[in-house]
Design a protein around this ligand. Sequence first.
Ligand code: CAA
Length: 691
Amino acid sequence: MERFSEAVTGEMVGEVALICIDNPPVNAAGHEVRKGLTAAVSWLAGSGAKAAGLWCAGRTFTAGADVREFGKTPQPPSLPEVCNTLEASAVPIVAVMHGTALGGGFELALACHARIGLSGLRVGFPEVNLGILPGAGGTQRGPRLAGIAPVLDMALSGKPMPAEEALKHGLIDELTRGEPREVALDAARRAAAGDLKTRRTGELETPADTDAINAAQVKLAKKPGLNAPPRIVEAVAASTRPITEGLAEERRLFMECYDDPQRAALVHAFLAERAVAKYPEAGAKPRAVKRVGVIGAGTMGQGIATSCLLAGLDVTLVEVKEEALGRGEAAIAKNLDGAMERGKMTAAARAEAEAALDATTDMEALADADLIIEAAFEKMEVKREIFTALDRIAKPGAVLATNTSYLDVNEIAAVTSRPEDVIGLHFFSPAHIMRLLEIVVADRTAPEVVATGFALAKRLGKIGVRAGVCDGFIGNRILGNYARAAEHLVLDGAAPSQVDRAVRGLGMAMGPFEMADLAGLDIGYFNRRRRDPIRPPEERYSKVADRLVEAGTLGRKTGKGYYVYGESKPVPNPDLDGIVADERALSGIAPREFSDHDIRDRYLTAMIAEAARVVEDGIAQRPSDVDAVFLNGYGFPRHLGGPLHQADVIGAAELVRRMEEWSAEDPWQWRVPAILRRMADEGGTFAQLNG
Ligand code: CAA
């Protein structure tokens, strides 16, 4: 056995060689892998081997460049250099791939002289999700094997391609079963005997396909905002040129992407979504969950039940009245149909999921549930009543969860004799689609109950984020602050439609007033009434939304709210002008103009300020958890990384300057969080707090 680096070894087996990458968990092509592969190719040249097999130990072939090295000083050799070295090898090398061969990992394979996939393999170029492009020859070697169209599709979507399809397109030469090392040995022997065709990908030519390039450009022009996709098209288009020119062009475009702030934001988002799984109770063993009870068959309950059924769990759905239960069941059936239509489940799986649903008006049926999620009316008395009943009905060891969006989980837990089993599991609507799950840990929640929450999130394909107890937890608490900033903007002179437009201009999925109309204005109204007794006296209050509700306009569901909804595009509600003018007159406000830029600054600053306080108060474990919440539950644009990533981009000093300026008109709304003040005075960033 030869050792070339901490991650790469080689061995001679008769007249062929095997090169193995072993860099857990996903064999990322970090420095040790790159250094080792370069040494391995030199060794190969003098080894006398007639051919070699390249394989990976562990769960997968290389899943790409090591994302954790991004932004640090690059350590030679670079991945493109390693790929060129592999391709130049006089001894033919066959790559044998299992699991997922992604990004730079797949590029290593493309630079080999033949490629074999093991069943279940998926190959892909996910770089676009990180704001970059396949920068180690993928845009040049991929089209030489498969043509331009499939490679463009793969690189622009970022979606992995199943091995069968890769075989069809010529991206792999064979698809087989077996252990990676054994298949690599057999492949090397066949290559040595001339029974497996080998060639240098770079010596092939890419057939021109201007139609595919033009079609991709037209499609991108309709979705501006992201900087990597047009560069991907440009790089792939260059693959019809000689390989050295094409590779140089790819490098140039790659570096443009790499230096783009979108890249830093997208890599931050990737790491933030993985960091959430590191929480204090992570060592605890989750409890087994087979049957989930869902209380409430309204919109939330329907979505939660659907999500559990899609994940193969049994569900007991409980509702008070038969009629509401029937409506809930019908909606779940429709959700399952939708999942089937989108190719998320087969007809057989759909039938199984429907059979796994037990809908009843009898709460006693929850006796055999392993985890029960209450998604009933958002009122403490209702929650208390339900948890008192659950304490009597649920089996010992069952996890008792509330889907409350705001209420005190400690208070809910206190009505039971088993507060250690009580937790908040805050889903986002529609719960079978939205990826976020806030896992709200109360004072006495047991570590294995927290671990069960995270295990459930994973099972449901969601991003679970640990939150502490406070009014609104992470997301809704922050929402409260920037929604208020938006209401103040309207009182002071901006139109709701201007605020929405400006916010959409930031890349947000929706503006605050469109969002309020979609959720139903009664939801906000009810929440404001709940907050009446706890609202700080310094808080400036806008009555505009209350007046809309009192006039019976509740948003989309009544066809009228901030906008009027008809056959065509929603238009601003004409009654608003009068309501807003009244409110301004009552408070003696002379309206002024705000530019879209002013609006965005205030909106984002209000979001960042409360996000900073959430971190300061320990409600979120780390700044990047807040970002994961906003990316997955609040439509925050991924290429901006999240509110606290943006805080670092804008800089604490500038944020403090803005808040101090605006605090002259509203000291409470624009009070400076201590953590930001410290960063402004002493230096430091939120990224540093992520560790
Ligand atoms: N670099 C560094 N670490 C990585 C990584 C990468 N490319 N991909 C995954 N990991 C780490 C994760 O951070 C995680 O680490 P912790 O356990 O310490 O948190 C661990 O590997 C497991 O990852 P997942 O939890 O995501 O595991 P999974 O089984 O759900 O998914 C996967 C595995 C499909 C490989 C998924 O991790 C994935 O999609 N990774 C990203 C792949 C990618 O984007 N590659 C392209 C990189 S860019 C590139 O290659 C550029 C170029 O051309 C030069």
